[in-house]
Design a binder for this molecule. Structure first.
Ligand SMILES: Nc1nc2c(ncn2[C@@H]2O[C@H](COP(=O)(O)OP(=O)(O)O)[C@@H](O)[C@H]2O)c(=O)[nH]1
Ligand SMILES: [Mg+2]
Length: 291
């Protein structure tokens, strides 16, 4: 997929990363949050190394935005890698009970160890970590049952570390999204841009929308609940030619945005990001020989 270089590493992320490395020593547990639509592309490549031996829970958020078949394929794949992911919907609240339970369990184990050393029990400290806009703040609000931290539809809303205390059992640390200083894997960077997981200033909307079209034109179950071409046709009245998906933007712009392809690109991206195109997994596990 040809595209211009996408790079985004704003000052607040660089600063946050420094503080984070410092805070990591002080927390008991890391809740690693990723985006179900682009599961591998939304996992920070250095996170495992930073976390080291500390307990880590993999939280796959936006579960409502992928078809159930995609979820079960990924779940099996992750379990084969030794992970035991918790699937959440930070907006609707699904999965937050399981996530809370995993956090409380980690706290119980911590306090058994503390007691053995003659120390008083204390709340478990959990750091919520992941790329921008994957839903970290929304999950925290779900866990505490109130709007404790800001959560919005654009990357870069959480700008500093913030503790949220939960009734004496759990302390949660909300953090700004983290990103590698250089997005080496440009295919992954493109997926992050499509899903709005990096700042919009980092890329040209039209080329990102073209990349999305190219993906959409070729997606079939289990990526999507049903073949997508019909959906583009029924929503916008313009069919996509799988042989020439780049022509769609111009044709749709002629119908809807007075031939302005930039506005049409923005509309397509917005619709995808809001879930108006249905549940879509942009990445799926590669089939393994065992199936
Ligand atoms: N559909 C859906 N939207 C979500 C989910 N989690 C978060 N959001 C929305 O995604 C946007 C970004 O969430 P936010 O919590 O600010 O992300 P953060 O940057 O990782 O803290 C907000 O508009 C949330 O309402 C989810 O699981 N499903
Ligand atoms: Mg946030």
């Amino acid at each position: 997929m040809a595209s211009p270089s996408i790079q985004w590493y704003p000052g607040h992320i660089a600063r946050a990363e420094k503080q984070l490395r410092h805070q990591l020593d002080r927390v008991d547990l890391v809740l690693e949050v990723c985006d179900a639509r682009i599961l591998p592309a939304s996992r920070h490549p250095s996170l495992e190394r930073w976390v080291g031996n500390k307990p880590r829970v993999l939280v796959v958020n936006r579960r409502d935005m992928v078809p159930p078949t995609a979820r079960s394929s990924w779940h099996r794949w992750l379990q084969r890698q030794g992970e035991d992911p918790i699937w959440c919907d930070g907006r609707g609240g699904g999965g937050s009970k399981a996530l809370l339970q995993a956090t409380v369990d980690a706290g119980a184990a911590l306090n058994v160890r503390r007691q053995q050393r003659g120390l008083r029990p204390r709340p478990v400290r959990a750091l919520v970590l992941g790329f921008p806009n994957v839903g970290k703040s929304a999950l925290i609000n779900r866990l505490v049952g109130r709007r404790a931290v800001a959560s919005e539809r654009r990357a870069g809303v959480t700008r500093s570390l913030q503790w949220v205390r939960m009734g004496g059992q759990v302390d949660l640390l909300d953090a700004p999204g983290i990103l590698p200083p250089r997005l080496q894997d440009q295919q992954a960077a493109l997926l992050l841009a499509i899903c709005d997981d990096i700042g919009q200033a980092a890329y040209d909307h039209e080329s990102v929308a073209q990349a999305l079209l190219l993906l959409l034109a070729n997606l079939a179950p289990p990526h999507v609940g049903r073949p997508l071409n019909g959906l583009l046709a029924s929503r916008y009245g313009v069919t996509v030619d799988p042989q020439a998906p780049h022509r769609w933007l111009q044709a749709a712009a002629a119908e809807h945005t007075s031939c302005c392809t930039a506005r049409m690109a923005q509309r397509l991206l917005d619709d995808f990001r809001k879930g108006c195109l249905g549940a879509i997994a942009l990445q799926m596990p590669r089939p393994s020989p065992q199936g």
